[in-house]
Design a protein around this ligand. Sequence first.
Ligand SMILES: [Zn+2]
Length: 376
Amino acid sequence: MLAEVRRTPGVTRAEIARRLRLSSGLATELCARLRELRLLTEEPAPARGRGRPTTVLRAHPEGPLVAVLELRQEDWRSAVASLDGAVRLVETVRHGPGHGPADVLAAMRSGLDRVRRGRERRVRAVSLSVPAPVRGGRLVENSTLRWRAVDFADLAAGTGAPLLVGNDAILAGVAETRTGAAVGAAVAVHLILEAGIGGALILDGRPMEGAHGTAGEFGHMPFGDRSLRCLCGARGCWDVVVDGNALARSLGDPTPSDVRTYTETVLARAASGDVRAGRAVRDAAVALASGLAGLANAHDPDVITLGGLAAPLRAAARDAFDAAYLDGLMSFHRAAPPPVLDAAHADDGSLHGAAAVGLDHITTESALATWSDLHP
Ligand SMILES: [Zn+2]
């Protein structure tokens, strides 16, 4: 029932009973129990036609919550998520000039305290998105922030809520399969282009995270130029021929300090008719499409979603992208190529994905049992 309310906010009790094949008596009883446990609340549904009156189910105003934190390159954000899947942004705070891990984590900890204030007992999990590979709950390395091996364990210490740490690209992929462009996909590939390429393979709404949590580093597959070595240490990485650094190399510009802004500038120059910028953008879009075809061949997904700058890069050279994608697919895929869709969550994917993972956590059987012990 909780899952249905999350999937379809504003759903009626009658509709849930129909979907779950419950008698109306049993549905009424379950709702009463969930109300007692402060999980759901009911309000009369607007009368429609001649059907029997029913109620709309919503998250209980005193129910459990997830505190969501999202660390980004330039700032961090906090939000609160309720059982109906609603995510409410609390604040956005830019990093100070030093932006070392100690300062940023201290600021995020006070942000978490502001999220919890007045609802300390209701916040049952803290879900954190970080812009880097995550291994054993620690950030491995972020070259833009110049952070390495950062441990977040203290962030939620003393709150009584477990801390869940996830990679931003993987979480954005989760959000697309739950409430975005890939809803209903059994197998989805999400790809995000920012300073590099990241993403996730998502199976039935859950990310394939690898044995140690670092799967999805799609940018470091050798779809690139074997004569070039990547900053990651490997040779021939796909990243190196797609991202803003690739554009800078094609255009003879110095390595950009802010890859995202530089990429947006080059896309704008191409759109305004700059021929050299147009050629660089087309080459990058073709490299992106060829690699995506490789991912499609490898994973046979229902759908591929594009996040970050991948969508505008494709849009800037749509014909060349489409031709390269088809050309890279194994011929048996070409009759019905896996659709490549723009992500629906735009810049909020990681935040919504972190909320979804947190809500999964607080609605497990054992988490609900703990909650009901607190509200006998
Ligand atoms: Zn690499």
